[in-house]
Design a protein around this ligand. Structure first.
Ligand code: AMP
Length: 190
């Protein structure tokens, strides 16, 4: 199974996708984590990404597409299946991912879209205390999300089943809803 987690920054995608990956035995690939690790390791990519991340901008599509293509082409990813957390974030990334999925023969694709209103998200992002979570960066990240990433959901709605999950509530309750969506769908189609 190939699962894509969508949703605004701060909605709980990271937490929920990790728990879900663990429960379903899937790999968890967070592009944000990969970039933060690269920044900590001071690689060329990491140093470039760090500046972009601190401004709340997006790392260029070609860089991100190459990174994800390499990761999901690996045998263990193919064998186990995976969750993408934080990718795709633009229509160009979504289109490229479609091509990569076709090329690799990945056809058991599901999309989970976690939602919460803007006030809730700002409150959470400011409470998180991450380096790129200053008020200016948070506001900018939300603008970038609304402009560039929100359309990705509409794009997927035309191709796949998108499960909308309300991201307000306890971690456990939200995860129950995600598991129900992903596993009920399996039963229906198998
Ligand atoms: P995240 O941990 O998913 O919130 O990502 C943190 C930051 O990494 C984002 O604000 C972007 O600057 C960058 N980033 C992560 N994933 C992507 C992506 N798919 N496309 C562009 N930039 C990304």
């Amino acid at each position: 199974m190939q699962v894509i987690f969508l949703g605004p920054p701060g909605v709980g995608k990271g937490t929920q996708s990790l728990i879900t990956a663990e429960k379903l035995g899937l790999f968890h690939l967070s592009t944000g984590d990969v970039l933060r690790q690269a920044a900590a390791d001071k690689t060329e990519l990491g140093l470039k990404a760090k500046e972009i991340m601190e401004k709340g901008e997006l790392v260029p599509d070609d860089v991100m597409i190459g990174l994800v293509r390499d990761a999901i082409s690996k045998k263990e990813m193919r064998d186990k299946g995976f969750i993408l957390d934080g990718f795709p974030r633009t229509i160009a990334q979504a289109e490229a991912l479609d091509g990569i999925f076709v090329l690799l023969g990945y056809s058991d694709v599901k999309v989970v879209n976690i939602t919460a209103d803007n006030d809730e998200i700002i409150k959470r992002l400011l409470g998180r205390g991450r380096r790129d979570d200053t008020i200016e960066t948070v506001k900018h990240r939300l603008e970038v999300y609304n402009k560039q990433t929100a359309p990705v959901k509409e794009y997927y709605s035309k191709k796949y089943i998108v499960f909308d999950i309300n991201g307000v509530g306890s971690v456990q309750d939200i995860n129950d809803k995600i598991m129900e969506a992903l596993t009920t769908y399996n039963i229906k189609t198998n």
